[in-house]
Design a protein around this ligand. Structure first.
Ligand SMILES: Cc1cn([C@H]2C[C@H](O)[C@@H](COP(=O)(O)OP(=O)(O)OP(=O)(O)O)O2)c(=O)[nH]c1=O
Length: 196
């Protein structure tokens, strides 16, 4: 594949795709996405679809072009948690998540230009993450670093909050924002070799 576009501003998604040995260009979606559901897997599918669609349809791409969009949310007791509004919100969120198990959903959509049309494939992955109990002081100190502010659920498992993880069930890369293994598998099924 010679024209792969990652429709994301997330440095983590870029790193994960690079690690997988894929050559691509980054072109983040700029518009606002909207969801019409509170079912987590449907929400991330819709959001990832809209991100990929915005980039795919804003250009007249050549045949064979592939656009990848993704979206990550955290779900605790069936409530969808996105990025925190402010530091206070981040502290509140982490107080809920500590000592408990929550789900991280990432939806991914692939758009491929083929025979003049856009073919699409959307899928999602869910990972269960359990934290040890974490004190208010530890949470406040973490939030002060600023790390939670651009992350769903107000933490980065790959960052300083990772030390509180007791158990993880599912794909770790899915928590960071891109289930690369699943992406390679799904594109293979579409007859595409992302690394080729
Ligand atoms: C739970 C968790 C989320 N995150 C990140 C992944 C995503 O970047 C972010 C969720 O926000 P998203 O809206 O999914 O993505 P984004 O705004 O960063 O980038 P774009 O929309 O342009 O693709 O939270 C981590 O990095 N580590 C974690 O442990």
């Amino acid at each position: 594949m010679d024209n792969i576009i990652l429709a994301s501003a997330s440095p983590r998604r870029k790193e994960l795709l690079q690690l997988a040995g894929v050559s691509f260009t980054v072109l983040p979606a700029t518009g606002e996405e909207q969801i019409s559901t509170d079912i987590p897997w449907e929400a991330v599918e819709q959001l990832s679809f809209q991100k990929a669609q915005m980039v795919a349809e804003s250009h007249f791409w050549e045949e064979g072009t592939l656009v990848i969009g993704a979206d990550t949310i955290v779900v605790y007791q069936e409530k969808i948690l996105g990025k925190p509004k402010d530091a206070k919100d981040a502290v509140q969120t982490l107080l809920c998540l500590q000592g408990n198990t929550h789900q991280v959903y990432t939806g991914v959509t692939v758009f491929k230009k083929q025979a003049g049309q856009w073919l699409t494939n959307t899928f999602w992955e869910c990972t269960d993450v359990t934290f040890y109990p974490v004190s208010l002081e530890e949470i406040q100190a973490y939030v002060k670093t600023g790390e939670p502010m651009d992350k769903a659920g107000s933490y980065g498992i790959q960052g300083a909050f990772g030390i509180y993880v007791k158990e993880i069930k599912g794909d770790y890369n899915n928590v960071i924002g891109l289930p690369v293994g699943r992406l390679l598998y799904e594109t293979k099924k579409m007859g595409i070799n992302l690394k080729g």
